[in-house]
Design a protein around this ligand. Structure first.
Ligand code: GLU
Length: 468
C-alpha cells in the first residue's frame, strides 16, 4: 500500500440534471488522490447517447473547476474509446471468456415470464454458453447476437468495501452479462471495467447505487487478468426532506448555487462534511480537508442535505474572506443589480461594511444598493412625514458637527453623541431621520460606519436637502 501510486477517478454519466450531491462523488476521489499525491482522472461515461448532453458535461467540468477540484487526466470520453472496447470484446471472444448469444428478444421475454411464473429470479439460462461436450443450438439466420461474458459458475465474489465492510455475492446470483449489444456497441458495466483497468485505477470511490454492479465488474476484471481496485461505496445524499435528490423536488446544481451568491470554499467545505467527518471540525479549508481525508472516516449512513447549514457555512466564509477578494466576487452580483461600482464609494469598504450581516454575495450586493443607487428624491410631503419638524434643529447641528469631524467612524460617533446631549434626545430620534434623509430607508448598518463609507460631502449634501 505504501508504495502504491494511487489513482482515482470520477466517472459521471452526463445525463439529466447534475445536482450538488453528484459532485460529492467527485470530491472524495479527488481528495483521496491529493492526500496521497496520486492522480485524479475525470472520465465522462457518455455511451448513453440518448440521455447524455453537452450541457451536463459543461456543468460537471465548470462546477469542478469552480470548486477547485483539479484534474490530472481527462476529461476522457467513453465514446472516444469505442474501438478499444471492441478490441477487448474480440480478445475475450478469442480467449473463450465471452460468447455470442442468439436468443431473440421474444425468447428472452418468454424465458423471463416462465421464471417469474415459477417465482424464480429472472436470469439468462446459459442456452448459448459453450461448455466442453455441449452441443449448441443451430445459429438462427435472422438474429444478430449479443455478446455475453462467461461468468464463473460456483463460488462467490468477495470484496472488502472501504465503507461498507466485507461484501460477498454468490456467483449463482449473477448470470452471463451482456457486454456488447446486437449492433456491437459495448455495454455500461463492461466499459467501466476496461477503463478502470486501462486507467490503472487503484481506488473506485462512487455512489452505492453501484454496489450491485461491483461483483459483475470484479468478475470481468479478473477474467481479463486484472487486479480489482479497492472499492468505497458512498451512501446516498438525501434532500432535506429525506428523499432522493432530484431536480423535481428542488435540488440545485452547483451553477445555481454560484448564481445564488455562494462561495466555492463554502460549498466545498459543505460537501466534504456530507458523509465524511474529522472529529468535530465543521469549518475547514480545502488544504485541511485534503490533509485529513481518509476512507476510514467516511460515513456509513445516508447523508442529508441541510440548506441552513450550507447558508451558515457561506456566512462563515463571507465573514472570514479577505475584503478585496470578497469585493471582487461580489462585483458581478452588484453589476447584475444595475449598480456601477466604479462610481461612488470604494466598493471594498462597502462590502466590508455589509459582510457581517450577509449570508450570500447577493445579500451583500442588495445591501450595496444604498451606496450606488442615486440619492433619493423627496417630495415636500415625504419630508414632512418622515422628518419630524422638531428634529430639524438637531439635524442642522449634526450637519455642522459632521462637517467639523475627521472622516472616521469614532469622530462621527462623537458628533452624534454631542448633538444628542445638546438636544436631550435619544439616538433613534436622530438616527432614524438621518437614515431616511440619506437613503429613504430606516434599515442600514451602523450609522457612523455608513457615513464613513458614503463620504462626508455626499452625506452632508443629502442631509442638507431635508433641513432647508
Ligand atoms: N457513470 C456512473 C454514474 O454516473 C458512475 C460509474 C462509476 O463510478 O463506476 O453513476
Amino acid at each position: 500500500m505504501s508504495t502504491m501510486h494511487i489513482r482515482t477517478r470520477f466517472a459521471p454519466s452526463p445525463t439529466g440534471f447534475i445536482h450538488l450531491g453528484n459532485l460529492r462523488s467527485a470530491l472524495y476521489p479527488w481528495a483521496f488522490a491529493r492526500h496521497n499525491q496520486g492522480d485524479f482522472i475525470l472520465r465522462i461515461e457518455d455511451t448513453d447517447l440518448e440521455r447524455s448532453t453537452q450541457e451536463a458535461v459543461d456543468v460537471i467540468i465548470e462546477g469542478m473547476a469552480w470548486l477547485g477540484m483539479d484534474i490530472d487526466e481527462g476529461p476522457i470520453y467513453q465514446m472516444q474509446r469505442i474501438d478499444r472496447y471492441r478490441e477487448v470484446i474480440k480478445q475475450m471472444l478469442d480467449a473463450g471468456l465471452a460468447y455470442p448469444c442468439y436468443m431473440s428478444e421474444a425468447e428472452l421475454n418468454a424465458l423471463r415470464d416462465a421464471q417469474m411464473a415459477n417465482k424464480e429470479k429472472p436470469r439468462y439460462n446459459g442456452l448459448w454458453r459453450p461448455e466442453p461436450g455441449k452441443v449448441l443450438p443451430p445459429i438462427p439466420a435472422d438474429v444478430n447476437p449479443v455478446i455475453r461474458f462467461k461468468n464463473p459458475i460456483g463460488g462467490s465474489v468477495v470484496w472488502d468495501d472501504a465503507v461498507k465492510g466485507q461484501i460477498e455475492i454468490s456467483n449463482d446470483e449473477l448470470d452471463d452479462l451482456v457486454i456488447a449489444r446486437p449492433d456491437g456497441t459495448p455495454t455500461y458495466n463492461f466499459c467501466v471495467v476496461v477503463d478502470d483497468l486501462d486507467m490503472k485505477i487503484t481506488h473506485v470511490i462512487r455512489g452505492d447505487d453501484h454496489v450491485n454492479n461491483t461483483p459483475r465488474q470484479i468478475n470481468i476484471m479478473k477474467a481479463l487478468g486484472g487486479t480489482p481496485p479497492i472499492y468505497a461505496h458512498l451512501p446516498t445524499v438525501l434532500n432535506d426532506a429525506g428523499e432522493k435528490m432530484s431536480k423535481r423536488n428542488g435540488a440545485m446544481s452547483v451553477r445555481d448555487y454560484q448564481k445564488a451568491g455562494y462561495l466555492p470554499e463554502a460549498i466545498l467545505n459543505y460537501l466534504a462534511r456530507l458523509g465524511w467527518s474529522h472529529g468535530d471540525a465543521e469549518v475547514f479549508s480545502k488544504e485541511q480537508f485534503v490533509a485529513w481525508f481518509d476512507l476510514d472516516s467516511l460515513g456509513r449512513s445516508p447523508a442529508q442535505h441541510n440548506p441552513e447549514k450550507l447558508l451558515w457555512l457561506n456566512h462563515q466564509y463571507i465573514q472570514q474572506a479577505d475584503p478585496a477578494t470578497l469585493a471582487e466576487a461580489t462585483k458581478p452580483f452588484a453589476h447584475e443589480l444595475g449598480m456601477d461600482t466604479e462610481q461612488g464609494p470604494d466598493f471594498v469598504q462597502v462590502v466590508n461594511l455589509l459582510k457581517d450581516r450577509a449570508n450570500t454575495l447577493i445579500e451583500i450586493a442588495e445591501g450595496a444598493k444604498l451606496f450606488y443607487l442615486p440619492a433619493p428624491q423627496f417630495s415636500a410631503e415625504q419630508i414632512a412625514q418622515n422628518i419630524p419638524e422638531a428634529i430639524i434643529p438637531a439635524l442642522k447641528d449634526l450637519i455642522a458637527a459632521i462637517a467639523q469631524a475627521e472622516p472616521k467612524k469614532e469622530a462621527y460617533s462623537a458628533a452624534f453623541k454631542q448633538v444628542l446631549a445638546q438636544h436631550q434626545i435619544k439616538m433613534p430620534a436622530l438616527a432614524m431621520p438621518v437614515r431616511y434623509a440619506l437613503f429613504a430607508t430606516t434599515q442600514t448598518p451602523a450609522i457612523d460606519s455608513v457615513l464613513v463609507v458614503l463620504g462626508k460631502d455626499e452625506a452632508i449634501n443629502r442631509l442638507s436637502r431635508v433641513v432647508s
